[in-house]
Unconditional design. Structure first.
Length: 364
């Protein structure tokens, strides 16, 4: 990456009324589920040493909290820790919170969030869920109350209640005007905005463009999903060297990605899992994009051919559709990707080269 004159100092984001301050460059800990405890410790400690101070995890991210607790033990005064609960009852809320505190090796979390809500919990709604947050805050087990959502209507509803101090929502340069307006709505309400899915599930790869776009929204705090040291070093370099200014070249790169990726596509969030037929839905449903935007040999391997063939066993039970936060017709998307994948394989055989197999475009 060439950073010469086209940089500005790293933005420092204040998360609304929480007063939490972070470089506009934070750590999303979902991917550390996939690496060892030792690897996660090295990664997280390097993030702190490199200037990151906000770390986001969740009770639903298998052992991510435990890895974070081990890595950040002894560094608690240097970091803000956010985690989440998918609880639907007060009993499960308290079970999740106490488990999270134990996993994270701390007596409190800086931000506790209702995770991927499909309804907005409010005071006096009869569920007792928001009251749990209030009581946990009174007890000093959480400092601030937040919420995460994937559906923009639900997100706006949460903002309008005035009950939540932060909103976490998917946001990147593929976001719709309505989704982008959510960032401004949070700013007007003095509500912190945390941008998840900044890489669109791994489909966006131009770090300069991502950073330059995010810099246009000084109240947005991106939590980049990180699992490899080389990825981390890219993000840390912006803290040291500055954020890229938006330039004609970066704007053109953004427009090219928008043209290619606009519309409904699988973000790879994984909320559809598990599939009764064993289909790896959050990869297979975006294979047409992955095979064109990443080294194709990996995705055209025999292992992935076997995984893609499982789509033939789909019974259209639609359990994935019910769980998809983006409202995708998942069985249809899977079948479109399988048809395109098999066309690519056929071209590969004909051409004798994986590279020539990915010249054409299929359905996204």
């Amino acid at each position: 990456m060439n950073r010469t004159e086209a940089t500005v100092p790293m933005n420092r984001v204040v998360l609304g009324s929480t007063g939490i301050v972070s470089p506009q460059d934070a750590f999303g800990a979902l991917p550390i589920q996939r690496i060892s405890f030792d690897e996660a410790e090295r990664l997280l400690r390097r993030a702190v040493d490199g200037g990151m101070s906000f770390f986001d995890t969740a009770r639903a991210y298998s052992d991510s909290e435990e890895k974070m607790g081990r890595a950040l033990h002894g560094l608690r005064d240097r970091v803000a820790i956010a985690t989440k609960t998918m609880a639907k009852t007060p009993e499960d809320f308290w079970d999740d919170l106490h488990t999270s505190l134990r996993n994270l090796r701390t007596d409190h979390v800086d931000l506790y969030q209702f995770h991927c809500i499909d309804r907005v919990w409010e005071l006096g709604d009869g569920t007792g869920m928001y009251e749990c947050m209030v009581e946990a805050k009174r007890q000093g087990k959480i400092n601030h109350i937040g919420v995460t959502a994937h559906k923009v209507g639900t997100a706006f509803e949460a903002v309008e209640t005035g009950l939540y101090e932060t909103m976490q929502f998917p946001f990147n340069y593929l976001s719709s005007p309505r989704e982008t307006e959510l960032v401004s709505a949070c700013e007007r309400k003095n509500m912190g905005f945390i941008a998840m899915k900044g890489l669109a599930g791994g489909l966006l790869m131009n770090a300069d463009a991502l950073m330059a776009h995010m810099a246009c929204f000084p109240n947005a705090l991106p939590i980049w999903g990180i699992q490899r040291l080389e990825e981390l070093e890219t993000w840390l370099s912006y803290i040291e060297e500055g954020q890229p200014r938006m330039s004609p070249e970066l704007a053109a790169a953004i427009e090219a990605d928008r043209a290619e990726l606009a519309g409904s596509f699988c973000r790879g969030c994984g909320y559809c899992a598990p599939c009764p037929q064993g289909i790896v839905v959050n990869q297979c449903a975006r294979m047409s994009l992955m095979v064109r935007r990443a080294p194709s040999d990996v995705w055209l391997s025999e292992a992935w051919q076997t995984e893609m063939d499982k789509i033939d066993s789909c019974t259209e039970c639609r359990s994935c559709v019910e769980r998809c936060p983006y409202g995708l017709d998942v069985p249809a998307v899977l079948k479109e990707n399988l048809e395109d994948y098999r066309r690519l394989l056929a071209r590969r055989v004909e051409a004798g080269s994986a590279e020539s197999a990915v010249d054409g475009r299929g359905p996204a």
